[in-house]
Design a protein around this ligand. Structure first.
Ligand code: MN3
Length: 201
């Protein structure tokens, strides 16, 4: 199988009280696992069977809905686990902190704009912070398991996603029910800014 479910670098309960252990466990062992398994099934025996996930996403417009949904789900969750950590949050410093201030005015304005993208995404999807080819940072959101690496017109801002927030109900419903804004507010406390800075490159 070309793609495998990555191990988390922290325990399922490590992000509490912001994200509860049961949600993390189901999200990883059921949802992400299903995307991974179904991506492998969907590409088996096809021309893209040996391609990297980046190569697959970059030509997703030519692929089946199964490859699009599960390839996006596989990639998006890989990033999501990495950009969170226990004891995260706070205001980023170094290059990522400077880039955010330069492109959004202040960390506060950035947070407001990002939270707004996440809150207003209708139905299931993701909010993204992307590094465009120009080097500028931009915020956008995508529906379902789409992402900015896909060559489709729903990708929002394009470029390279360096921070992503899952706003599917499966990411927060056990603890927050319909209160997506409360989940978003809590999520800022687990953002791994060091990793986001690494992704910025
Ligand atoms: Mn999810």
């Amino acid at each position: 199988m070309p793609f495998s479910l990555p191990e988390l670098k922290y325990a399922y309960n490590a992000l509490e009280p912001h994200i509860d252990a049961k949600t993390m466990e189901i999200h990883h062992t059921k949802h992400h696992n299903a995307y991974t398994t179904n991506l492998n099934k969907a590409i088996e025996g096809t021309a893209i069977a040996g391609a990297s996930i980046g190569e697959i996403l970059g030509q997703i417009s030519k692929q089946s809905p199964a490859v699009r949904n599960n390839g996006g789900g596989y990639y998006n969750h890989n990033l999501f686990w990495e950009i969170m950590k226990p004891g995260g949050g706070g205001e980023p410093s170094a290059a990522i902190g400077d880039a955010i201030k330069s492109d959004f005015g202040s960390f506060g304005e950035f947070k407001e704009k990002f939270a707004n993208a996440a809150t207003t995404r209708f139905g299931s999807g993701w909010a993204w912070l992307c590094k465009l080819d120009s080097g500028k940072l931009e915020i956008c959101s995508t529906p379902n398991q789409d992402n900015p690496l896909m060559d489709v017109d729903t990708r929002g801002c394009g470029g390279k996603p360096i921070l992503g927030l899952d706003v599917w109900e499966h990411a927060y419903y056990l603890n927050y029910q319909n209160r997506r804004p409360d989940y978003i507010t809590a999520w800022w406390n687990v953002v791994n800014w060091a990793k986001v800075g690494e992704m910025l490159g």
